[in-house]
Ligand binder design. Structure first.
Ligand code: COA
Length: 186
């Protein structure tokens, strides 16, 4: 059967959060975590595709709890979905306090990657072989997110094109924390 199973490219990165990763508040920089997520996404995508892959978009990045210096971060990535030339890698991030033996799930996000061949053109990726109920659920969830994102993009494009500051938009701003001073522009 052509293709690879999810297990074929499943990858984990484990990294100790050292003091140089801290922000001014003493917690780990969000950007450090983003960079690690990008790395694990690359490893999974590139292994599945058998090609170099680039990051195109990232969904669902939320930092629900801070990560502390001294904790060990485990980033577990697996290919959730493949299109023709794109792949979605789901990444679960867990932070562990080694001394207390406590783990916390800090976030789960989804990286869309596109495969490129040696000549720099986008390249087709092998199909994904789904062997478990979870594999099927993750594949279909990625498909739903892709559809919702397309609808969202269409809606926002239209909103931007058609935008006029009228009574309806003024009403939407009624209880928002802003002051409209359009006359000040003149
Ligand atoms: C990724 C890239 C090659 C796509 O170029 P393109 O001309 O749209 O390529 P294609 O039309 O052949 O599309 C290839 C795939 O990318 C997907 N894609 C393109 N833009 C996308 C977007 N914004 N979000 C999600 N998927 C996208 C397409 O849906 C298609 O998927 P499919 O083949 O599985 O259906 C191009 O946008 C690029 O080079 N971006 C820069 C990526 C990069 O350098 N990242 C590193 C960070 S700077």
């Amino acid at each position: 059967m052509e293709g690879h199973t999810v297990a074929y490219s499943q990858s984990t990165i484990i990294e100790l959060m050292v003091p140089s990763y801290a922000n001014f508040g003493g917690k780990v920089h969000g950007g450090t975590l983003m960079s690690l997520m990008d790395k694990v996404a690359y490893v999974c995508a590139s292994k599945h595709a058998g090609n170099y892959c680039v990051t195109v978009s990232v969904d669902n990045v939320e930092f629900l709890q801070p990560v502390e210096v001294g904790e060990v971060i485990k980033l577990m990535g697996s290919v959730n979905y493949v299109g023709r030339k794109s792949l979605v890698v789901g990444i679960k991030v867990v932070a562990e306090n080694l001394q207390a033996g406590i783990s916390k799930h800090t976030n789960t996000c989804y990286f869309t990657m596109v495969a490129k061949s040696a000549d720099g053109n986008t390249a087709e990726v092998p199909p994904l072989i789904l062997k478990s109920h979870d594999d099927v659920r993750r594949f279909l969830s990625a498909l739903q997110r892709k559809r919702l994102r397309m609808q969202d993009n269409e809606f926002m494009d239209k909103y931007r094109q058609d935008f006029v500051y009228d009574t309806a938009s003024a009403e939407l701003l009624y209880d928002q924390r802003c002051h409209v001073l359009l006359d000040a522009e003149k």
